[in-house]
Write a protein that binds this ligand. Sequence first.
Ligand code: IPD
Ligand code: CA
Ligand code: CA
Length: 260
Amino acid sequence: MHPMLSIAVKAARRASNIINRAASNVDLIHVTSKGPADYVSEVDKASEAAIIETLSSSYPSHAFIGEESGNQGDSEYVWIIDPLDGTTNFLHGLPHYAISIALKHRGILTQAVIYDPNRNELFTATRGAGAFLNDRRIRVSRCTKISDSLIGTGFPFREFSSVNRYLAIFHETMKKCAGLRRPGAASLDLAYVASGRYDAFFESGLGIWDIAAGALLIQEAGGICTDWDGEDNFLEKGQIICGNPKVFSQMLNIIRNHPE
Ligand code: IPD
Ligand code: CA
Ligand code: CA
């Protein structure tokens, strides 16, 4: 394992200890609201602090983009962190959430970790060296037809200006695929595309921390990620379509049927 990836795994495991301890007593967790339907708990903050402390003790000059603490430092190495992805699930005791950590070097994603503490599933990737689930190499699915595919998505929940467009895409996808799912943790949705559990996924209104690690996993697993225009700016736009190459292009066609 690349040394930077192994430090990121260490950081994710430390964060998961904090999250696991708190998960047995979610009623006691102090929660504040960042906006309508957008919650942050003391656990998100403690998890992020532990991740940044672990990474910065090995790499004191690196920069960070953390969902909870914002941008820190200036370096050609930037760690992008979602310390608890799926906070709403977590706060309701629904065991589907993860920690997501990615590294960008000179603007290119190079390392990725997504850790699911409930299933003890560790997804990792290093650019050029493939994607893994625990010790096993993963690949995107081989499904070729959208009619046979299982597709993941995320509903708009904070910002509803494009909800009609979303619902039109949702409607068409629902009729064309074999199943549509909304589990509630974008990082795991992307890890599931990389490991072939879903054939494609689409969502908009995401943060860079929701998708950076998952995008590298998918690329290293032989899949494709773009924004909703079929271009490369998914990190900046927070808008993603991804999947195995065949189902991805059928999903992109559906999205193109419903322009802004
Ligand atoms: C959220 C989850 C959810 C997605 C939201 C994200 P958070 O992250 O990934 O699946 O639909 O857009 O904000 O707030 O739980 O870290
Ligand atoms: Ca998130
Ligand atoms: Ca989060």
